[in-house]
Structures are given as structure tokens and as C-alpha cells.
Design a protein around this ligand. Sequence first.
Ligand SMILES: NC(=O)c1ccc[n+]([C@@H]2O[C@H](COP(=O)([O-])OP(=O)(O)OC[C@H]3O[C@@H](n4cnc5c(N)ncnc54)[C@H](O)[C@@H]3O)[C@@H](O)[C@H]2O)c1
Length: 229
Amino acid sequence: MTSSRTRTAVITGGVSGLGRAAALRLEADGVSVVTLDIADGADVIVDVTDAAAVRAAADEIGPIDILVNSAGVVGPNAPLWEIPLDGWRRTFAVNVDGTFHTCRAFAPGMRARGWGRIVNIASMAGKDGNPNMSPYSATKAAVIAMTKSLGKELATSGVLANAIAPAVIETPMNADTEPEALAHITGLIPMRRVGRPEEVAELIAWLASDKVSFSTGAVYDISGGRATY
Ligand SMILES: NC(=O)c1ccc[n+]([C@@H]2O[C@H](COP(=O)([O-])OP(=O)(O)OC[C@H]3O[C@@H](n4cnc5c(N)ncnc54)[C@H](O)[C@@H]3O)[C@@H](O)[C@H]2O)c1
């Protein structure tokens, strides 16, 4: 594929926070962006937990080159033994099933065309396990492992699948995080500040481009120095 053809990206969670910043950043690179979100303002309004709806949306959208999975929820904040089962399941439904549904719907087309970039937004929580955030942490570990498997499966296809693991970034999601849990994870950042969505969008844009060529199934840190592995 020549670089002169306009590429198309689907960004789940594309109307808010990191998804929105990624949409603006990719558009600045000349990419045609389709936002897919449960919230008003999205180009395509779909609940990523609904496999059939994601499949129907993929058919409607047609061929794409880039998939960014940013739709996600924090889920319940409490010690594991106090987590309600429905909150546990809902967090997995959005963060894990949602990522699975979109990868399953869009990866085959990219593979058939011989070029694609998949960027899954995981979290430092998936590497470290944040206290009082066991559902969220477990879902993000699942996203990391899913991306590692997918990256290997697609390794010779021209489609690269990578994950990123941000620490706390200034987005509306933090309003859903219990203040004590938020203060704890913010205090772990050696740079002593939270990240900005534009900083994360820069990494996403690189992972969505031709500039990344020898990485797949990898997990990219963006944590102000918090990550130790
Ligand atoms: N903000 C942070 O500190 C931070 C840190 C690490 C990882 N992340 C991850 O980054 C991603 C984006 O988070 P954000 O901070 O931009 O949050 P956000 O709340 O600003 O945006 C999340 C978006 O996902 C959408 N969404 C939620 N459930 C959905 C569903 N079922 N179907 C379709 N869309 C749905 C929301 O409508 C929203 O637009 C998430 O996966 C989050 O876990 C965020």
C-alpha cells in the first residue's frame, strides 16, 4: 500500500479522553477516523460488549487500516472480597470482551489486505495490580495477554498488534476512580505529575503508522517512570 492513500482508523471510546486525543492526533496525520462509542457524538454508536452489534458496525464501516481500542471502564473500587459480581462481569465485558469483539471483527480484513495496525489501551494496573481495583487490573492484564497472542498470530501478515500501558492520565475516567485509589496511583509516578492525553496520543500515532515496523505483541510503557518492567 502506498503512503499516499488515505488510511482509515476505527477508534473505540473515540469521543472522550485518550480515544478523543488519538482521533485528533491521527486526523492531523491525514488519517480518516471513525469513532465508535456508546456515547453521543460518536460516528457509530455501538456498545462494544455486544458482539453482534460490533460485527454489524464493522460490515457497515467497511475496510479499515488501523484499530485503536480505547473504550473502557474503571469498574468497582473496593477490596476484592467486596466487589459485586455484576461489577466484575461488566468490567470484563467492556474492557476484555469489547477488545476481543473489535479485534475479531477487524483483524481478518487487515490480514487479507496485508497491512494493519492494532493498538490496545491496557494500563499499568494490568502489570502491577492496583489495590482496590482488582477487576480493572485483571481486565488490563487480559488485554496485555490477548495482544501478545494476537501479535504472534499476525506476525508475518503485515498487521502489527501492540498494547500500551499508561499510568494516570488526565481524562474524565479519573472522576470514576475513588479519590483514595487515585491518590495512591498518582503518588507512584516518579515524574510527580499525571500524564496528558496528547502525550499518549503521540505514542498511539506512532504505533498506528509505518514508523513502527519491528514490534508486535509488545507492551509500551507511558507512565512517567512508574514502570519497573
Ligand atoms: N485515564 C487514565 O488514567 C488511564 C490510564 C490507563 C489506561 N486507561 C485506559 O484508556 C482507555 C480510555 O480511557 P479514558 O481515560 O480516555 O476514559 P474516558 O472515560 O474518558 O473514555 C472512555 C470512553 O469509552 C467509552 N465506552 C465505555 N464503555 C463503552 C462501551 N461499552 N462501548 C463503547 N464505548 C464505551 C465511553 O463512552 C468513553 O467515551 C480505557 O481503556 C482506560 O482503561 C486510562
